[in-house]
Design a protein around this ligand. Structure first.
Ligand code: PLP
Ligand code: TYF
Length: 398
C-alpha cells in the first residue's frame, strides 16, 4: 500500500520552528510560529492555570468519557465570554456549543457539518489567511475560495475590494472572518468597517463562520468581539470556532469549541445532532483536561479576575513591543516607514519585509520570520529588540 506513496511537504511554519531549534547561533530570534512568549522568551503556563490544575488534582473524581459534545459547562461559559451575559441568542436558545480539540478541531467539525448539511456550499476565506484553513476545509471536502483582504501599498485593509468581492459571493455560501488579531496580517476591520461587512454579509444571506482564536490579545476581551457581535446581530445563522490556546496559554491541551447559531431554537436542537454526529464519526469525544481548566477558571470569580489580569499582561507586553520596535527603527533613521506596525492587533504583523529581506535576516542574524514577511511580535523582548532593529535596518538597505 505504501510503496509508491509520494512525500508531501509539511507545514512551513512548523518547519521554521525546527530550523530555529537547530540553529546554534546564541543570539537567534524566533519570530515564526504563533505562540506567546514572555520577556524572557518563554511560553509560560499561566499562574491561574497552575492554580486550576492544583484544584483539579484534588477534586477530579473520574476520567470517564465526557460525551461527543464535551463538557456541558464549557459551552455556556464561552458563549457568555463572547456574547456577554443575557445575550438574546442565549436567552432564546438559538446557540449551542460543542467542545472540540482546539480551534482547529472546531474548524474541522464546522467543515464536516457544512459538508453534511449543504454539500454545495463553498467557504470564502481572506487572502491571505492562516494556511491551515485551506487544509482543514479541503480535508472536510468543502471547496475553499478567497476574497481580497490585504492592501500591500497601504499596509492596511483592502476594504473596498473586500466589500465588492462579498457582493459577488453566491447566497448560502459560508464566509470565514477572523474575529480579531487577523492571522497573518494583524490588520482588523475598524468598528465602522465591521458594520459595513456585517450589513453586506446579512444582505447577501451568507453564513458567517467567525474564527475567534485571539479574544483578549488585541484590544481587550470586549473590544475583540465587536465584529463577532455585530455579525450576530444581523445574520440569523452563523458558526463560531473558538480557540482557548492563546488566551489561556493552553496550546497543547487542545481546547476549543464550535458554536452553532440558528434562526429558531428548534433548528438549533436539530442541527446540533448533526454536530454530534460529525464528532462521533471523527474522534468520538474530546479530551477533558483543557475544558476542566477553562471551566474552573471562568466559573470562579477570583480565578477569572486573575486570568483577565494575566491576559492583559500578555496583551500589553505585545503592544509595548510593537511601539518599541517602531520607535527603535525610527531612531535608526530607517528609510522605510514602519509606523503601521503599532496600529496592527494581536501577535502577528505583516511587516512589509520581502521574502529576500526575510531570508537575509535568517542567513545573517539567525532571525526567523515567515517568508511572507509575517513576524510574531511576541518573539521580541527587551534583550533582542536592539539587535532585531539593527538587523532590519541592514536588511532593507540591501
Ligand atoms: N484560527 C486561527 C486564525 C489561528 O491562528 C489558529 C492558530 O493557532 C487557530 C485557529 C487554531 O488554534 P488551535 O491551536 O486552538 O487549534
Ligand atoms: O499561525 C501560527 O503560527 C499559529 C500556530 O499547523 C500554528 O496559528 C501554525 C501552524 C500550525 C498550527 C498552529
Amino acid at each position: 500500500m505504501f510503496e509508491n506513496v509520494k512525500e508531501i511537504p509539511g507545514d512551513a511554519l512548523l518547519a521554521l520552528m525546527v530550523a530555529f531549534k537547530n540553529d546554534p547561533n546564541p543570539n537567534k530570534i524566533d519570530l515564526g510560529v504563533g505562540v506567546y512568549k514572555d520577556d524572557t522568551g518563554l511560553t509560560p503556563v499561566l499562574n491561574v492555570v497552575k492554580k486550576a490544575e492544583a484544584f483539579l488534582l484534588e477534586n477530579e473524581v473520574s476520567k470517564g468519557y465526557i460525551g461527543a459534545t464535551g463538557s456541558p459547562e464549557l459551552g455556556p461559559l464561552l458563549q457568555k465570554l463572547m456574547l456577554g451575559d443575557n445575550h438574546p441568542l442565549i436567552t432564546e436558545s438559538r446557540i449551542a456549543t460543542a467542545q472540540t480539540p482546539g480551534g482547529t478541531g472546531a474548524l474541522r467539525v464546522a467543515g464536516d457539518l457544512i459538508n453534511a448539511v449543504n454539500p454545495a456550499a463553498r467557504i470564502w476565506v481572506s487572502d491571505p489567511t492562516w494556511s491551515n484553513h485551506f487544509h482543514v476545509f479541503a480535508g472536510a471536502g468543502v471547496e475553499v475560495r478567497t476574497y481580497p483582504y490585504y492592501d500591500a501599498d497601504q499596509n492596511g485593509l483592502a476594504i473596498d475590494a473586500m466589500l465588492e468581492a462579498i457582493r459577488q459571493i453566491p447566497q448560502g455560501d459560508v464566509i470565514l472572518l477572523h474575529a480579531s488579531c487577523h492571522n497573518p496580517t494583524g490588520i482588523d476591520p475598524t468598528a465602522e468597517q465591521w458594520d459595513q461587512i456585517s450589513t453586506l454579509v446579512a444582505e447577501r444571506s451568507l453564513v458567517p463562520l467567525i474564527d475567534c482564536a485571539y479574544q483578549g490579545f488585541g484590544e481587550g476581551l470586549e473590544e475583540d468581539v465587536y465584529g463577532l457581535r455585530t455579525l450576530l446581530s444581523q445574520c440569523p445563522e452563523a458558526l463560531i470556532t473558538t480557540s482557548c490556546s492563546k488566551n489561556f496559554g493552553l496550546y497543547n491541551e487542545r481546547i476549543g469549541a464550535l458554536s452553532l447559531v440558528t434562526e429558531k431554537a428548534e433548528h438549533c436542537q436539530r442541527a446540533f445532532t448533526q454536530v454530534a454526529n460529525c464528532i462521533r464519526a471523527n474522534y468520538s469525544n474530546p479530551p477533558a483536561h483543557g475544558a476542566a481548566i477553562v471551566t474552573t477558571i471562568l466559573s470562579d470569580h477570583a480565578l477569572r479576575q486573575q486570568w483577565e489580569q494575566e491576559l492583559a499582561d500578555m496583551r500589553q507586553r505585545i503592544q509595548r513591543m510593537r511601539n518599541e520596535l517602531v520607535s527603535s527603527l525610527q531612531s535608526l533613521n530607517c528609510n522605510r516607514d514602519f509606523t503601521f506596525i503599532a496600529q496592527q492587533k494581536g501577535m502577528f504583523s505583516y511587516s512589509g519585509l520581502s521574502k529576500e529581506e526575510v531570508l537575509y535576516l535568517r542567513a545573517h542574524f539567525g532571525i526567523y520570520a515567515v517568508e511572507s514577511g509575517r513576524i510574531n511580535i511576541a518573539g521580541i523582548n527587551d534583550q533582542n529588540i536592539g539587535l532585531l532593529s539593527e538587523a532590519i535596518h541592514q536588511a532593507i538597505q540591501q
